[in-house]
Write a protein that binds this ligand. Structure first.
Ligand SMILES: Nc1nc2c(ncn2[C@@H]2O[C@H](COP(=O)(O)OP(=O)(O)OP(=O)(O)O)[C@@H](O)[C@H]2O)c(=O)[nH]1
Length: 327
């Protein structure tokens, strides 16, 4: 059975709402990357070196990342040989299969959050200014609320003008308490208050916003460490998740932010925002393969329910939706 057919069977068993989010959110990438792949496989008569060279260019152009592309091309070449594939059209099927495999390679493929019942779970949200941190916190609060959990937000970005107010707007929208101090105050003090408040309310989840000024990297990282220490002291084992928010539209820049943050703090997962805003959605694969940090959520739009748990099958469906549907 073709991979697209298998994928179709699997996708049909999953929620239509989720599939449609991935399909809609990946429209730009589909019309760039997949259209080029389709054009390539129909232009070539046989699968030769030149075919792979062009494929390599298309993948790099979609921000899949050079190292990942090299691995992928090698695997494709082997696969083509082993399966004795002559028709370029068939390679498209194998590409899709490999894209899912890159992600679900068993290394640590879980996108599930480390959240336990009957305890206060702390999620620290980090990332540079403007990547969509506050929006992501709002979307996460909404998701947890819908699951029946009680949530408290900590306004730990005391530096950027308007950050506290922006978080309060999300607090109102989601019916979530926001613990804050005045602008310019010590973020560690805000966290201390927030932990006490969350404990007193017997909350399930405390989501902490943090400052994201990149200009002052050393200070930023020191501040994050201090914030983490305060949380850890109050709740052993916390923070349970450190989510790094990256903006998919910034491509390789996002990759270098991920490297910087993961060097200074133990990032447990990535939230890749604005995937709907880029035609280069291959960045998901580069992050996964080159940094070995799971992408736990993707932002597929600006609406409150546009944050989706990452799922490699849904992602590849989004990339090749028409072919999967036709299969
Ligand atoms: N299209 C799209 N827009 C998004 C997504 N996530 C966030 N945005 C938009 O990105 C913009 C910036 O988001 P913010 O949440 O303000 O950014 P921020 O990271 O909190 O900024 P700082 O507080 O300065 O760090 C807003 O206009 C959001 O609506 C997404 O997944 N898709």
């Amino acid at each position: 059975m073709s991979f697209f057919k298998k994928l179709k069977e699997s996708i049909t068993k999953q929620s239509d709402t989720v599939s449609n989010k991935f399909k809609d959110g990946l429209t730009k990438t589909r019309s760039n990357f997949s259209t080029r792949v389709n054009e390539l496989v129909s232009r070539f008569r046989k699968v030769d070196e030149e075919f792979f060279e062009e494929l390599e260019e298309i993948l790099i152009g979609a921000d899949v990342g050079v190292a990942t592309v090299m691995d992928l091309i090698e695997e494709l070449k082997t696969e083509v040989k082993v399966r004795n594939i002559q028709d370029p059209l068939e390679v498209r099927d194998v590409i899709s299969e490999k894209l899912v495999e890159i992600y679900d390679d068993g290394k640590e493929s879980s996108t599930a959050l480390n959240i336990k019942e009957n305890q206060l779970n702390v999620i620290l949200v980090v990332g540079v200014n403007g990547v969509g941190k506050t929006t992501t916190i709002g979307k996460l609060a909404n998701k947890f609320k819908n699951e029946g959990k009680s949530v408290v937000l900590a306004a730990g970005d005391t530096f950027r003008a308007g950050a506290i107010e922006q978080l309060e707007v999300w607090g109102q929208r989601t019916g979530t308490a926001v613990i804050k101090q005045s602008a310019g105050s010590d973020p560690a003090a805000v966290m201390f208050d927030a932990v006490q408040a969350a404990k007193a309310r017997k909350a399930d989840i405390l989501i902490c916003d943090t400052a994201g000024r990149l200009q002052n990297k050393v200070n930023l990282m020191n501040e994050l460490e201090k914030v983490k220490r305060v949380i850890e002291r109050e709740i052993p084992g916390a923070p349970h998740e450190v989510l790094l928010v990256l903006d998919a539209t910034t491509g390789q820049n996002a990759m270098s932010q991920a490297k910087q943050f993961s060097q200074s703090t133990n990032v447990t997962g990535i939230v890749l925002t604005k995937l709907d805003g880029t035609a280069k959605g291959g960045i998901v694969l580069a992050i996964r393969n080159e940094l070995e940090i799971p992408v736990k959520f993707v932002g597929l739009g600006e609406k409150i329910d546009d944050l989706q748990e990452f799922n490699a099958q849904q992602y590849v469906y989004g990339l090749f939706a028409d072919l999967v549907e036709e299969a």
